[in-house]
Write a protein of this length. Sequence first.
Length: 278
Amino acid sequence: MLVNLKTILEPAMRADYGVAAFSVFGWEDARAVVDAAETTGAPVVLSASLDYTRFTPVEVIAKSFRTLAEQAAVPVCAHLDHCYEIDQVKRAVDAGMTSVMFDGSQLPLDQNIAGTRDIVAYGRSADVSVEAEIGSVPYAEGRDHIRSAATDVDEATRLAAESGLTAMAVSVGNIHRLKEPGSVIDFDLLAEIEHRTTVPLVIHGTSGIFAADLAALAKTRVAKFNVGTSLRQAFGSGLRQALDRDPQRFDRLQIMGDVIPIMAQEAARVIRVLGWQD
């Protein structure tokens, strides 16, 4: 069932679970995520990262996401993750994504608001949801130009009120691309943001957050949790296992047939950690 982000975040915001948004890098990853969603009965987001869109045209990604979503028995959102260029976000809207993220977190606040508002207007006729970020969630590796800045409550209030966004990503101690849990979440800051805004909130860097903190976050107004590293780790582990069992294997379909269930198992684990009850 193909849906936009608003459709699946509003119920999550009112309940004690969060929606997992998995960053995928190919058909097999996306298939594994949808398999996990159907196994658990949970709504899920298929998310295309900046790296993936540089490797594969967004039109191809959108078509594959939509195909899986339309055939799924559960709600599935086709989402473009961090994108800094307005024209590229609009290209994703035209390609058929049901949700997009304009990342203006590196811009002055007024420009962030203006860019987000532009995307909201552009996607309105197609009922496309729009995510934006305030503050700047740092990266453990791979994005040295991205600053680290906690979300300013006043700025969050303005972005939420003036841009028309669907969901707002915040920086409250979370870190992208941590290979094991280590983030220290500022729950007091998060509570201030919740007090001043009403929109669904988004946490990036889920793989780097301790399970107990994830469970606590899922009970707040954080409704979307971006997951990338742990799914990629499951892919790498599954691929090594599949090849180690027979170093002479070369058939991609057979190999990936062994890897997909391992990724699906990890995706289902994350879905449950975020509070979803089967």
